[in-house]
Design a protein around this ligand. Structure first.
Ligand SMILES: Nc1ncnc2c1ncn2[C@@H]1O[C@H](COP(=O)(O)OP(=O)(O)O)[C@@H](O)[C@H]1O
Ligand SMILES: [Mg+2]
Length: 338
């Protein structure tokens, strides 16, 4: 198959550290070994080229918000209409990168049984029980807090909004204060409501009493599992640094394998929790630009055999190799289903 790798100034997606890209030359080499034809195109050049409807376009993402916006804008329009299916991962999953709000909306489309109940908001809503409030673009657990009443939500939203303060907004807030108290005839409540800062957030059903979560990287039917224990005095596991590589149970692996297929992606990073009744839920997912730490450091990988049995094997793959393997597996299966 013809595969085009979309890059941003040579950057495809995350290796370690975050600002170093997966090696696209190595990725291309491994894909060529699987009999694909590879070329690379910069995102800025996409708009001037005719889209090749015989090719697949693979894309990563970026954490710089201006670049991310450029990626979303460009891909949404360039892969318009039926060309949408040429883009891997699909544009909904790219939009969901660094955006827990989009993930909350997508969860309802993918299947509510895999996720906690969750919704995406722009204004404060009434709170009647303990829920998890998440800032849409929070990472490293800084934008994740428990709230149990209306006032607590207001306070958390104020805290989240402080993460985004910039000079333009400070100027607006200062002018509003002056109008409100000194130039009262210039103050308009409606003007303020329209222009003031809003903080996008989502509310998620809270699972109490968890001692850990699982970071599962699924590259096709090859999975890597990291257990992250919660920090002392907190419900949060991400960023705790308390990492181990467990002997993952097959129910967890089956859940992740099924969910990856439901998300319709060759690869995905899943944050999974196990509930008291033994069931699993996905509290966060990323299909592009996810942290590769688990894949790069795990001694073992879990591979699903043709008979559906999970086998534990030595992790003998580089990051580029496992990406290539997952893409090949996904494209081959898609071609078979056509
Ligand atoms: N719905 C939930 N119920 C219980 N704990 C949660 C829930 N959502 C998140 N957590 C905990 O908070 C941590 C951070 O949440 P997450 O949504 O993964 O954000 P991030 O990884 O961006 O910090 C998770 O690792 C998990 O331990
Ligand atoms: Mg997380």
């Amino acid at each position: 198959m013809d595969i085009k790798i979309i890059t941003v100034c040579g950057y495809f997606g995350q290796s370690l550290p975050t600002d170093s890209s997966i090696d696209t030359e190595k990725l291309a080499k491994y894909l060529e070994l699987k009999k694909h034809t590879i070329s690379t195109i910069d995102i800025q050049d996409l708009q001037s080229e005719e889209i090749d409807t015989q090719a697949y376009y693979i894309v990563g993402s970026h954490q710089n918000p201006d670049i991310k916006k450029y990626i979303d804008d460009t891909l949404n329009i360039v892969f318009y209409g039926k060309n949408e299916k040429l883009l891997i991962p699909n544009k909904y999953n790219i939009l969901a990168h660094e955006n827990k709000g989009v993930q909350a909306l997508l969860a309802k489309k993918i299947g509510t049984e895999y996720f906690p109940h969750q919704e995406y908001f722009i204004r404060p809503v009434g709170i009647s029980k303990t829920v998890v409030a998440k800032k849409t673009d929070g990472a490293g657990s800084s934008g994740v807090e428990l709230v149990n009443n209306n006032e607590a939500l207001i306070q958390v939203l104020k805290k989240f909004s402080r993460y985004d303060l910039n000079l333009n907004y400070l100027m607006f807030a200062l002018k509003t204060l002056i109008k409100k108290h000194l130039l009262k005839n210039k103050y308009s409540e409606s003007f303020n409501t329209y222009h003031k800062k809003y903080t996008r957030y989502c509310l998620q059903e809270f699972y109490s009493g968890l001692t850990c979560d699982y970071k599962v990287l699924a590259f096709g039917s090859t999975l890597y599992v990291l257990q992250r224990d919660v920090r002392s005095g907190s419900f949060k596991a991400s960023g705790s640094g308390k990492f181990t590589y467990p002997n993952a149970e097959s129910e967890l692996l089956d859940f992740c394998d099924t969910l990856r297929k439901k998300i319709e992606t060759p690869y995905v990073s899943l944050d999974i929790v196990k509930l008291k009744d033994g069931s699993f839920k996905c509290i966060e997912f990323q299909c592009v630009h996810f942290g590769p730490y688990t894949q790069m450091n795990a001694k073992k990988k879990y591979v699903k055999s043709e008979h559906g049995v999970w086998q534990t094997k030595e992790n003998n793959l580089s990051l580029e190799e496992v990406y290539a393997q997952a893409l090949d597996e996904y494209l081959t299966k898609s071609a078979e289903q056509k």
